[in-house]
Design a protein around this ligand. Structure first.
Ligand code: GLC
Ligand code: MG
Length: 246
């Protein structure tokens, strides 16, 4: 039986190089027992670049574009992609966003057929985004709006986010929820924590994730003291996974 470790990259696995290195060592020693998955908002090419820059381990799977893409050995999972394309009208969604003047398109490299991303810098961000979600709902468009780090807005298919992508893989791999640990720091990780697996919120987590945890946190969610990958290591000890025999 394998253990599944699903971690966000920026400001979770990555942020303190010494911490990343220590976790890597631990994972290498458990390499046969652990299935490693990176779940990031970045595009696949951008995540690959980060892997080289920060000397990350090669994972078994990549969940990129906030869950809109899954890659294994350089190949995108077409079953997942076509599942998300169902009921998704990108053009109609983009056209609704055009009346929201505070939304600034992110670069083309961060857009994909099932992910529309913007920057938003406004004190009224929450109100603007609930308005946006309401407009999308009113138009009968199936989409979810995700806000991260007080600046990034992603519009995603309802059935496509990090959490649902993780569950899709977990079920394929037939790993139990209690042998799965998800790790994150910001808004686009909330969906990971909504899937009833073990979870760690790293010490440096952003307010939107902390607020969510305050309202919806469960006993199987652990709020680490330590930052970045030190927080993941702390959680491995907390959940007794350090020397676990899977
Ligand atoms: C990454 C992506 C960006 C996304 C953000 C939050 O920074 O590059 O497109 O908006 O994550 O999910
Ligand atoms: Mg992050």
């Amino acid at each position: 039986m394998k253990f599944l470790l699903v971690t966000d990259l920026d400001n979770t696995l990555v942020g303190d190089d010494r911490a990343t290195f220590s976790l890597n060592q631990k994972l290498l020693s458990l390499r046969d027992e652990v299935c490693l998955v990176y779940a990031t908002g970045r595009s696949y090419p951008s995540a690959q670049r980060l892997k080289h820059e920060r000397q990350l381990l090669e994972p078994d799977y990549w969940i990129t574009g906030v869950g809109t893409e899954i890659y294994r050995r350089g190949k995108s999972d077409q079953t997942w992609a076509s599942q998300l394309s169902h009921d998704w009208d990108r053009r109609a969604i983009v056209s609704i966003t055009q009346s929201f003047r505070d939304l600034v398109f992110q670069p083309a490299s961060e857009q994909n057929p099932r992910k529309i991303s913007f920057y938003l810098d406004s004190e009224n961000a929450d109100a603007i985004l609930s308005n946006l979600q309401a407009e999308l709902d009113r138009a009968g468009l199936s989409a979810q709006v995700v806000f991260s780090s007080n600046q990034d807005v992603d519009i995603l298919p309802r059935r496509g986010d990090k959490g649902l992508a993780m569950t899709y893989l977990r079920e394929q791999l037939q790993v139990r929820s209690d042998a799965t640990l998800v790790c994150g720091d910001s808004g686009n990780d909330i969906s990971l924590f909504q899937q009833s697996t073990l979870g760690v919120i790293v010490g440096n987590a952003r307010s939107e994730l902390l607020n969510w945890h305050r309202q919806h946190g469960q006993s199987y969610h652990y709020r680490a003291q330590a930052n970045y990958a030190w927080g993941i290591l702390e959680a491995l000890v907390h959940f007794n996974l350090w020397d676990a025999d899977f």
